[in-house]
Design a protein around this ligand. Sequence first.
Ligand SMILES: [Zn+2]
Ligand SMILES: [Zn+2]
Length: 245
Amino acid sequence: MRARLEAAVLARTSRVREPLARLARDALDLLLPQRCPSCGVPAAADRALCEPCLAAIVRVDRALCAQCLLEEREPHGCRRHTGAAVHAAWLFDARAQAFIHALKYGARPVLAAGHGGALAAALPARARRADLVLAMPHHAARLRERGVDASAALAEALARALPAPHLRGALVRVRATPPQAGRREHERRAAMTGAFEMREPSAVQGRRVLLVDDVVTTGATFAAALGALRAAGAEARGVALAWAP
Ligand SMILES: [Zn+2]
Ligand SMILES: [Zn+2]
């Protein structure tokens, strides 16, 4: 029912500007009850998952190291790779997967809004004092495939929760990269080399930057993007909604 109505609204508003489409979706949110994408019971509009599903997701309580993940070493407690720390809020499971799928393909970035606090809570206290929040940039072709830029929606949610400014467009993805899962370390590293470019290095130089993505898996994407930020003089760390080991 909801999906059909949404499709109808999106079809009608596809010729008008995005803000109108968003208004129409927000109106639908008020009219129709939200359902938890994991178990189907009614759930809060800005969180998607119901309270029991949300509470059942295991929290990740230690920082990961993107470089150690990439090298298939123990990702916790690393002291060798400065500037490669990634803080994940959730351990990826079927509930986290259902939420991320709803966020990306449900065309409702508002779903990210209720999780800014969870992203902030994944950070140690000193890391919450950030100067800037950036979203992990994704290649334009990939974004067109799915509609909602999940990392940008989550970055906006974290920026509001901290609060800190959300800086857009400073870090860009200059080429699409193939999926990283199942590849060997040197292949993943090679695939990411040169994938990111700083458009405004001066905007991040000397600043404490938090780089947000929805999921951290092999660490290759975070390792490359954090490297680009570090090269521009930023003190950067990653934040992900979920870690999929
Ligand atoms: Zn549920
Ligand atoms: Zn490490």
